[in-house]
Design a protein around this ligand. Structure first.
Ligand SMILES: *[C@@H]1O[C@H](CO)[C@@H](O)[C@H](O)[C@H]1NC(C)=O
Ligand SMILES: *[C@@H]1O[C@H](CO)[C@@H](O)[C@H](O)[C@H]1NC(C)=O
Length: 197
């Protein structure tokens, strides 16, 4: 008998536990309706659009770690043999001038993946020290050495936690030992705007 009573108490406890989340859901549902009735302001969609400049000096901030396949594309300002593994840690500045304020660092690796030697797959962490936001974003994508490339943002840390968006990379100066890329940041924080289509 005591055993049966114990079972009954346990069943009641489980029932109560099952009801609690259900009530919580109903509550928030009700609350939601109430707020919609009062027409709240639409959520603010937070985003950041800005440009930085990446400076890469061969054999100083960027190195070929593994040579590409023999007989692959030539090594020029814009091409490296298929399979070349390149690693870099480049400063990111506010203006194209290297002496302008440094606002971050780009650390990453690229592997030449185009048989013509012109394109590669890049994996990059951008550490950003902006006036009001600090943290990092990680990007992955294809890079064309001659044209603008768009890299999807796969995630972020600290003030960039949960960001989505893309980062553009365009070579603006391929002459000389230091190559300069214009880096365009297009970042969006949740809640995201509804798609236009
Ligand atoms: C970088 O260093 C490698 C190995 O020492 C050398 O073969 C290459 O010519 C250097 N590249 C430049 C642009 O200085
Ligand atoms: C870059 O900035 C430095 C210091 O502000 C200045 O002396 C130099 O002339 C600038 N270079 C160019 C190409 O504008």
């Amino acid at each position: 008998m005591a055993f049966a009573l114990h079972n009954y108490a346990l069943a009641m406890l489980l029932l109560v536990l099952a009801i609690i989340p259900f009530e919580a859901t109903c509550d928030s549902h009700h609350h939601h309706h109430h707020r919609r009735h009062r027409r709240p302001a639409p959520p603010r969609h937070k985003s950041l659009h800005m440009s930085l400049f990446q400076h890469e000096t061969i054999n100083k901030t960027g190195y070929v770690i593994v040579n590409g396949v023999e007989g692959g594309a030539e090594t020029t300002a814009t091409t490296t043999p298929f399979g070349t593994l390149f690693v870099f840690q480049d400063p990111l500045t506010a203006k194209a001038n290297r002496s302008s304020k440094q606002l971050g660092t780009a650390e990453g690796t690229s592997i030449t993946s185009g048989l013509d030697g012109l394109s590669s797959i890049s994996v990059v962490k951008l550490t950003l020290r902006l006036k009001d936001r600090k943290g990092s974003i990680s990007i992955v994508g294809g890079t064309n050495n001659m044209k603008r490339s768009d890299h999807p943002v796969v995630g972020g840390t600290k003030d960039f936690l949960f960001v989505q968006g893309y980062v553009t990379s365009s070579p603006i100066n391929l002459k000389g030992s230091t190559v300069v890329y214009k880096i365009g940041l297009h970042l969006y924080w949740p809640p995201y705007p509804p798609q236009a289509f």
